[in-house]
Design a binder for this molecule. Structure first.
Ligand SMILES: NC(=O)C1=CN([C@@H]2O[C@H](COP(=O)(O)OP(=O)(O)OC[C@H]3O[C@@H](n4cnc5c(N)ncnc54)[C@H](OP(=O)(O)O)[C@@H]3O)[C@@H](O)[C@H]2O)C=CC1
Ligand SMILES: CC(C)(CO)C(=O)C(=O)O
Length: 295
């Protein structure tokens, strides 16, 4: 099985490093010339990754660890070639809504969604720090056969352990979306670390957001109480107390954020099902317009 990794981003470089260590055949597709990357391991050691380019070769499995808003732009130029293959497309991003677009672009390709608690941070242009490991989960979006499932489970168990194949990845993605929809925009707007959101002054915002998200999740067939969502959000705030969220980093660096695929996705699903999501809508606007919060 030949594996392709799209980009030399933070997560992509960790995947390349792991594949290099496992001595598995892989190549990287990048929009820029490839460069060596130094990986700083959890033990503080440094290791080099020198990724081979794909040079026009289409891999059997294409890992797509891009920001949600980059995925379609990256896949569109490859679509004609990919449609002629049975290449498995493995999406790895925060937020929801992209998988449907990719499935419409590549209706016959096997498609899976992956979510990981593995953490990676770019500390210099060619230096990536592995900041943590954690559970990786994947599941079928479309056209994944039993043999695919077995092969992919074996691959990810080696690549990003611990790993679990999920029969219903949609539920897992919604649970992760609920966490990102609270921590990411609030930590970006208040320019704070995740743990600072545990302060009582943010309680009301958490409660209102959890209620809106639980109501929208219910219409998507994922039944969670606001209290259940709050408990998992609080657990992540505790576990990542010293970290800045990805949206905090993007806003600080003046880069585009994934807001449209996080709170924007909730806003869109709410509008489609008649569920009011005023706080989610306001967060989308504030992040998009770079405005300070009024609360
Ligand atoms: N980093 C982490 O710890 C975690 C990240 N995630 C999620 O994973 C996803 C990826 O995150 P992360 O790795 O941090 O993001 P990065 O921004 O580090 O990586 C994205 C990379 O994709 C490159 N890129 C953009 N467009 C293309 C293209 N058309 N072809 C090839 N490469 C392209 C970007 O290059 P350039 O910048 O030059 O445009 C960048 O290097 C996000 O959704 C994130 O939220 C989830 C869990 C943890
Ligand atoms: C879970 C969380 C909030 C950790 O920071 C994250 O996924 C992110 O920053 O995007």
């Amino acid at each position: 099985m030949h594996i392709g990794i799209m980009s030399q981003g933070a997560i992509a470089s960790i995947l390349a490093w792991r594949l290099q260590k496992l001595d598995l055949p892989y190549c990287v597709l990048s929009k820029r010339p490839l460069h060596p990357v130094q990986i700083e391991t959890l033990e503080g050691e440094a290791d080099m990754v020198l990724p081979p380019g794909c040079n026009g070769k289409i891999p059997d499995v294409l890992l797509v660890p891009l920001k949600a808003w980059q995925v379609m732009t990256a896949l569109e130029p490859l679509a004609a070639k990919l449609r002629q293959t049975n290449t498995v497309i493995a999406l790895m991003h925060n937020g929801m809504g992209v998988a449907e677009q990719v499935h419409a672009l590549l209706p016959d390709n096997p498609l899976l969604a992956i979510t990981t608690r593995c953490g990676a941070l770019r500390i210099e242009s060619q230096r990536i720090r592995l900041t943590g490991t954690g559970l990786t989960q994947a599941g079928a979006v479309a056209n994944i056969s039993e043999p695919h499932m077995a092969q992919l489970s074996e691959l990810f168990s080696r690549l990003l352990p611990p790993f679990e194949w999920q029969q219903d990845i949609n539920q897992v993605l919604w649970d992760k979306l609920a966490i990102n929809a609270v921590i990411n925009p609030l930590s970006a707007l208040y320019q704070c670390k995740n743990g600072e959101l545990l302060q009582p002054r943010f309680d009301l915002l958490h409660e209102q957001l959890a209620a809106e998200i639980a109501a929208v999740m219910d219409t998507a067939g994922v039944s969670r109480s606001a209290a259940q969502l709050l408990a998992s959000i609080r657990a992540v705030e505790q576990a990542t107390a010293q970290n800045y969220s990805s949206m905090n980093r993007d806003v600080t660096a003046g880069k585009p954020t994934e807001i449209d695929f996080i709170n924007g996705f909730i806003k869109q699903k709410g509008a489609a099902t008649g569920i009011a999501t005023p706080l989610n809508n306001e967060l989308v606007e504030l992040i998009q317009d770079g405005k300070p919060p009024r609360w």
